[in-house]
Design a protein around this ligand. Structure first.
Ligand SMILES: *Cc1c(COP(=O)(O)O)cnc(C)c1O
Length: 376
């Protein structure tokens, strides 16, 4: 069977873990965490980067930083991972879902302004599949209505909008290094602080509400409880793994690009004949090839294709159940209709995409998809 995803070691992961033990420093904020923070700051160009225990926790930290409160509203797509909405709900605020664009499955920027009220506090663009939302327009709306922009760039590490890396365009950006993402530390993430006013407080919130980071830098002579907070810092064991992955950033990116192009080439005749639609990358965006998906005709066709692929030894999967159609949303909020979100989410299939996926396997997957459509 060809799995949907697979973990790869790139050389130094295990060495670095041993090094952390040899140095007798495996809890957070040692030299591996610092290396990764510095790497993110210089490579992606942000004022402050801090590793977190997950992408989910980076989002939750962002909500604490903007002081999101009960009754506040945040605008986001319904076609996203639960963590994007939970971060809002956990502060007692209200997620306001907006429909997506057909070409990128990202939030439709032309629908955002109509969803702004005097309770709106922030916009949450989610860069689906590592392809950027239309950030110029989103920034314009945010500026006009005095809103924060928090990027859920969990899938967008090393992808760009114009000349900027995703995660560096909003006030705050959130990355994930979960094993399903391009660069993995098992579980983990990072918060990118692009708006200087949040830098000091981000360090405090991440260190259980204490000024311990300042203490370790020798800026103060004792540390104490100064604000709310939690434990958002990952262990050095995880950071050691991420360092080895970052050292291979281009190697990983180049291979993913090759796989993406191979799928695109191999399946484009099926798109031309109208059987399927393929991912679209707008001209001002550079994708990180996080995902390769196919849009089928409808739910029934998708179910048959997944089954057909399974029978030829290929694990393909669908993606999000839109959040406004979830059990939790129905119990707590009024019914919503988001036509494109509802249709596209039922038509999409994700094909295997990981570093060690061989060309032979990609060709087999392409052939299987083509056979499915020629035989039906
Ligand atoms: C993966 C992901 C998250 C959560 O990241 P974790 O590191 O798994 O907590 C949040 N949002 C989106 C869009 C994601 O794809």
């Amino acid at each position: 069977m060809i799995p949907f995803n697979k973990q790869n070691l790139f050389g130094n992961e295990l060495e670095y873990i041993k090094e952390a033990y040899a140095a007798n420093k495996v809890s957070g904020d040692g030299k591996f965490t610092k290396w990764c923070n510095d790497f993110i700051e210089s490579k992606f160009e942000t004022k402050k980067a801090l590793l977190t225990t997950s992408g989910t926790h980076a989002l939750e930290m962002a909500m604490l930083l903007i002081d999101l409160k009960e009754g506040d509203e945040v605008i986001l797509p319904s076609y996203t991972f639960v963590s994007t909405a939970n971060a809002i709900i956990l502060r007692g605020a209200v997620p306001v879902f907006v429909d997506i664009r057909k070409d990128t499955l990202n939030i439709d920027e032309s629908l955002i302004e109509a969803a702004v009220t005097d309770r709106t506090k922030a916009i949450f663009p989610v860069h689906y599949a590592g392809v950027s939302c239309e950030m110029d327009e989103i920034s314009r709306i945010a500026k006009k209505h005095d809103l924060f922009v928090i990027e859920d760039a969990a899938q967008g590490v090393n992808a760009k909008y114009r000349n900027s890396y995703l995660g560096t365009l909003g006030d705050i950006g959130c990355y994930s290094f979960h094993e399903t993402k391009n660069y993995s530390m098992g579980e983990g993430g990072a918060i990118l602080i692009n708006n200087e006013r949040f830098i000091d407080r981000a360090e405090i919130i991440r260190e259980k509400g204490t000024n311990r980071s300042k203490f370790f830098r020798g800026e103060i002579d004792k540390y104490t409880w100064v604000d709310v907070g939690s434990s958002f810092l990952p262990s050095e064991i995880n950071a050691a793994v991420l360092k080895a992955q970052f050292e291979n950033l281009d190697v990983i990116q180049n291979r993913r690009n090759e796989i993406y192009r191979r799928y695109n080439e191999g399946l484009k005749d099926l798109e031309r004949s109208g059987s399927i639609a393929l991912p679209n990358v707008p001209e001002n965006c550079t994708s990180n090839a996080h995902m390769f998906y196919v849009i089928t005709k409808d739910l029934e066709e998708r179910t048959s294709l997944i089954k057909y692929l399974r029978n030829t030894g290929v694990y393909s999967v669908f993606h999000y159940v839109p959040l406004h159609m979830s059990e939790y949303y129905h119990k707590n909020f009024v019914k919503l209709n988001l036509p494109l979100t509802e249709t596209l989410s039922s038509q999409l299939i994700r094909l295997p995409m990981f570093y060690s996926l061989e060309n032979e396997a990609v060709d087999h997957i392409i052939e299987s998809v083509i056979n499915f459509y020629t035989n039906n």
